[in-house]
Design a protein around this ligand. Sequence first.
Ligand SMILES: NC(=O)c1ccc[n+]([C@@H]2O[C@H](COP(=O)([O-])OP(=O)(O)OC[C@H]3O[C@@H](n4cnc5c(N)ncnc54)[C@H](O)[C@@H]3O)[C@@H](O)[C@H]2O)c1
Length: 328
Amino acid sequence: MKWLITGGCGFIGTSLIRTLQDEGGHYIRVLDNLSTGTRDDLALVAGFAEKNSAQLTANAGQVELVIGDILDETITQAVASGMDIIVHLAANTGVGPSVEDPRKDCMANVLGTFNMLEATRHNQISRFIFASSGAPAGEVEPPIHEELPPHPVSPYGASKLAGEGYCSAYKRSFGIDTVALRFGNVYGPGSVHKSSVVAKFISQALDGEALEIFGDGAQTRDFIFIDDLTRAITLAATVENIGGETFQIASNHETTVSEMTRLLVEILQQTVAEKINVFNGENRVGDVRRNYSDITKARTRLGWKPEMTLREGLEATINYFLNKRTNK
Ligand SMILES: NC(=O)c1ccc[n+]([C@@H]2O[C@H](COP(=O)([O-])OP(=O)(O)OC[C@H]3O[C@@H](n4cnc5c(N)ncnc54)[C@H](O)[C@@H]3O)[C@@H](O)[C@H]2O)c1
């Protein structure tokens, strides 16, 4: 298959590319503006050729990287040419940045997603996978599932909900098999640049800094390991009769941030044997209190289930962070 992966230099994008490269037989093109991902991140998982949009050839076996923005309509149309599937990962990620700058979040996540769907339509591409999140559901009684009426709390949740809305519309108006995947809190190797809680806490602990839990730590999250997540994306790319659907892709475990932190600190202290201080700070605007997902639909329709336990996943993530530092 010929894959266009937007945001392919990022955490999830590079992990997906590694999975596809391991499988073999795929052609991969990446569109990324390098706002957070880097050429070096991509080089860790694949050899690539950097091209401008006039030089694209789609040769099997060679990843093509186009540096560009999903807000640039001309580039999005050009990079989609000849592709079989688009996995749309590029975004303004996370709640905090969306509260700080809601307009930027809206531009990237609403207009950027719209541009990619238009590129899909004009290039007769049959499948489009959209990286959504638990955030559209917002402040609801968990477990979150696909049929709950959404009540976003943050601008990020609102912009991802808009993306889901356009995906639904492009299936029903234009017949494109759009699939919206609502990722839980993704963690794992490859996340060194991320500011999500697991990655941030590991970096801070290894730097000898104290870990600040926002609020009392009783807020819950659903932590999903990166390899489980990329398996869900590849299934969503191939399973039949799922066009226009949304899926919760998470672990189905409700874990408080305090519980996760205790486990992380326990493993870190066994590994690096240092005292790690943890303290509680202020609540953060836009954060929901409880968040975990019912994944029945993904189990039944995609044939997917998560395999990694939180302990195993945290151990693998810490090892990755330690190796990164050793090999700097
Ligand atoms: N990591 C998570 O826990 C998580 C959870 C839910 C949803 N998601 C979604 O998954 C997707 C990927 O997340 P990630 O964790 O890999 O993030 P990331 O920041 O590591 O990667 C995003 C990539 O997109 C690129 N990018 C950003 N804005 C762009 C733009 N306007 N044009 C072109 N490229 C752009 C960045 O340079 C980066 O390489 C995002 O859509 C995010 O909202 C992530």
